[in-house]
Each structure stands twice: as C-alpha cells, then as structure tokens.
Design a protein around this ligand. Sequence first.
Ligand SMILES: Cc1cc2nc3c(=O)[nH]c(=O)nc-3n(C[C@H](O)[C@H](O)[C@H](O)COP(=O)(O)O)c2cc1C
Length: 325
Amino acid sequence: MLKLGNLKLDVPFFQAPLSGYSDRAMRVLACKYGAPLTYTGVMLDKIALYRKAFDSLYVRPGEDEGPVGAQILGSDPETMSIAAESFANLGFDLIDLNFACPAPKVLRRFSGGYLLKEPEKAIKILQYVRNSVSCPVTIKLRTGFDNSQESLDKFRQICQGAVTEGVDAIIIHGRHVKKLYRDISNWEIISEVKREFPQATIIGSGDLMDAETVVERLKTSGLDGVIIARGAIGNPWIFRKTRALFGGRPKPEGPGLTEQGEVYLRHYELIAEMLPMRKSVRYFRKFAVGYSKHHPERKKVQVDLISAKTRDELYAAVREWYGVG
Ligand SMILES: Cc1cc2nc3c(=O)[nH]c(=O)nc-3n(C[C@H](O)[C@H](O)[C@H](O)COP(=O)(O)O)c2cc1C
C-alpha cells in the first residue's frame, strides 16, 4: 500500500505524466489495466485563467477514470496556487508541480527544470500551492539542472525544503535537465534521497520499460514507489503484468491479437470523443508505434496504422492485421 496524503494506492507503481500522451484516453486504459493512479501531461498554470480552454474535455478528468493527478507548470507562486485550486475544483485528486521539464521554451520562461536552479522559488511555489488546496500535492523533479556539484546541492535543497513543507511525495527522474533522455537514469541518486529523508515518500522514474524492470526497481531501490512512463505508451498491459509479477504470480501471456486490436480501437474512439475525425486520426498516429510492438509483424503493422488518414482507413488496417473492428 502506498499513501499519498489521503490517496491510498494498492500497488506502489502508477502512470507518469506524459505530455502529448497521457490525456483522458490513455489514462482510462491505464486505469482499466491496473494503474491505481495516473497523471495528466504537464499543463500551463495560465490555462486555469482561460475559462474556455479550461472547460474542454481535454483537461477535465472523466468519470470512467480512477484517481488522476493534474500536473502544472509555471514560475509565479500566486498563479500556480490559483491553477492548483482550479484543477482541484475541476475534480482532480492530486496536484503535481513540474520542476523537471527540459524543453527550451519552458526553460526560457524560468519554469519546469529551470526551477532546479532556484530552490527558494521552487519551495515558495510549493508553499503557495499547499495552502491553496486540501488534496495531496507532489513534486516532480530531475536530479539537478546539470551534472555540477552546485546543481546537485540545489536539487537536495529542494528535496529538503519539500520534506519540511510536508509534500506528499517527491517524484524523481534520475537524469539532470541537460541530459534530456540520454544515457541511463541514475537510480543511486534517487535512492540516496530516500536514505537521507526516510520519513518522506520518494518515487523513482527512469527506464522502466517492462514489468520485470519495474518489479526489480521496486525491490532493489529502497524507494516507496515508481512511475511508468515510456513503457506505458501503447502498452496499458504493462500495469496488468506488473501487478501479477509484483503479487508473486506468473506474468500473464499476451496480449493476443484480438485484444491488441480491440484496445487500439478503444483508444482511438476515446480520442475521437475529444477531437474532430481527421485531427483525431492524426493525433492518434504516435500511439501506433507502441501498439504495433506487440504484433509479430511489427514493422508492416506500424506502417499501415500510421498511414491511415481517416477513421475508415484506420479500422480497415486494424481489421487486416488484428482481425477485429
Ligand atoms: C513523450 C514524453 C512526455 C513527457 N511528458 C512529461 C510531462 O508532461 N511531465 C513530466 O513531469 N514528465 C514528463 N515526461 C517524463 C516522464 O514522466 C518520465 O519521468 C521520463 O520519461 C523517464 O521515465 P522513462 O525513462 O521510464 O520513460 C515525459 C517523457 C516523455 C518521453
């Protein structure tokens, strides 16, 4: 059991924030296959100030989802606290603060990973947000801005400050900002944080691409939990498999072709509820890469799924390769 404030998760792994991916559609499937909690992709705090965008289906958590965390990004404590309150009122179960995003346009606006350079500011944002909502608050950060000692010290300072403020969990991606997604995630730095703050809830992230690796990290890292990110794209089954292995049961077979095809179409239909047809087909393309990995003819399937331009073409490709739809 993993407790994040008043949220009780029956397994210590859940779905990471994934910008451009972890919209309602992906979250519904992750939840169906066993993720006890999911996160939105990062959302600009200012979106909360614009009613129309805010009310859209894109943002709102659905009734067919389990607990969802809203991840917000910004640099002004006041605006971040307004955003946190608005997202909590919209029905999100938890607020997560992004001190991790390495995108240049985000760093230029002094937010996301940039805040790793400004521990006082990061903690001030946490304090403001903490005072504005009653739901759990987590922070997501990388292990520093770059690989310098100064950067590592600031990272630790933020962890220390967050623990003092009573943050509900610190989620750490074991790469620094400059590293983007290169090399491997440094789990030792994450485990060190847990050793330094044993009373805090520390969640690790990085390179968890299959159920075996997730369970191995849970066993060896000494952390309270982990999040699954790229490993869950086009692969909601990772949660079912991880649940089985974590519970000491054999890893379930599959998914078989029929299940793959059905889930692929279900995912598309959930996206089609949010977007006009052509746009939805285009937007959904990026998921074809992950889904087709489960098929023995992976390369050919991927090409056909990606080249579909309409709903009918998408269904035709799924019929051909999976025999459903
Ligand atoms: C496409 C993509 C989008 C991501 N979007 C976010 C995001 O919105 N917020 C965030 O905190 N991290 C984001 N991440 C980082 C992941 O949550 C995770 O920490 C990172 O991918 C490391 O885990 P992995 O190696 O298992 O994928 C994103 C990563 C990817 C690949």
